[in-house]
Design a protein around this ligand. Sequence first.
Ligand code: ADP
Length: 305
Amino acid sequence: MENRLEVENLSHAYPERRALDDVSFSVPCGEIFGLLGPNGSGKTTLFKILSTLMPITSGTARILGYNLATEVRIIRDFLGVVFQHPGLDGKLTIVENLRHHGHLYGLSGKILHNRISELLECFGVSDRAKERVEILSGGLQRRVEIAKALLHSPRVLLLDEPTSGLDITARQQLNDYLGMLAQMENILVLMTTHLLEDAETCDQVGILDAGRLVALGEPDELKAEVGGDVILIESTDSDTLGAAITEQFGVSTVLTDNGLRLECERGHEFVRDVVAAFPDEIQSVRFGKPTLADVFIKLTGNPLV
Ligand code: ADP
């Protein structure tokens, strides 16, 4: 069995529009792959295809060596899937939810009992095992949801926007748990997200824009490609200031929700010069190292929203 997921030249078109355009990437077991992109970039379409909810119409995908077009039944046994919609019964306790799900997979008795204990321990919810799911916080519910998807010991875990709706602490905790899981159980984790913080914690990131994979690599590698420094300038008239900066300094600017954004080498000197040149037009200047949002802007010319 091959220990990886491989997507080659995958495309998908709905009647009115193309949602995926020639997407290729490969992920080994034991790694977390983050599929990052703005709304409408094709994440859900790709997720649905990989989770076998939608058939492949163009290109190929192999999960653990099995062909998604012809070996769906085998692949399903190896997949754990966490959808965005909650799949737990709020009136049942954590343990009851997991037990029922285990029965659906033909697990019972001591094997099921031990697996449930192991997962509750792994996700830090052992002490809440007998509580009804509806009284748990969103973060805890999401962890139970993931534990449920792992009951049958899948080799590949697919998660659709697992951190959406969670506060920052719960999000960080969940990302930590996923990292631990991938390493300890050698599971391949693929998650979709529109949040940079999630993508930063992944081993590898694929950035989708309008159905195309515009970047692929380790977060640090991708950020290094942007290079230099990133400057954000706030002004009451960003359009005019942007044009003036371009004319005077020969650098292009992009208007984002956080202000005018530009990249340059030796940013500290540029900040000094630009403030001296436009003292009345500039309200604030921020200076920092590139993030994955900067990678997206550099590649597409648009902010990641
Ligand atoms: P994301 O998950 O990144 O928001 P989607 O995969 O949901 O992206 O959507 C990609 C594109 O395909 C969007 O332009 C969306 O409007 C379109 N799309 C998604 N689902 C359908 C559908 N069932 N029928 C037609 N168009 C769709």
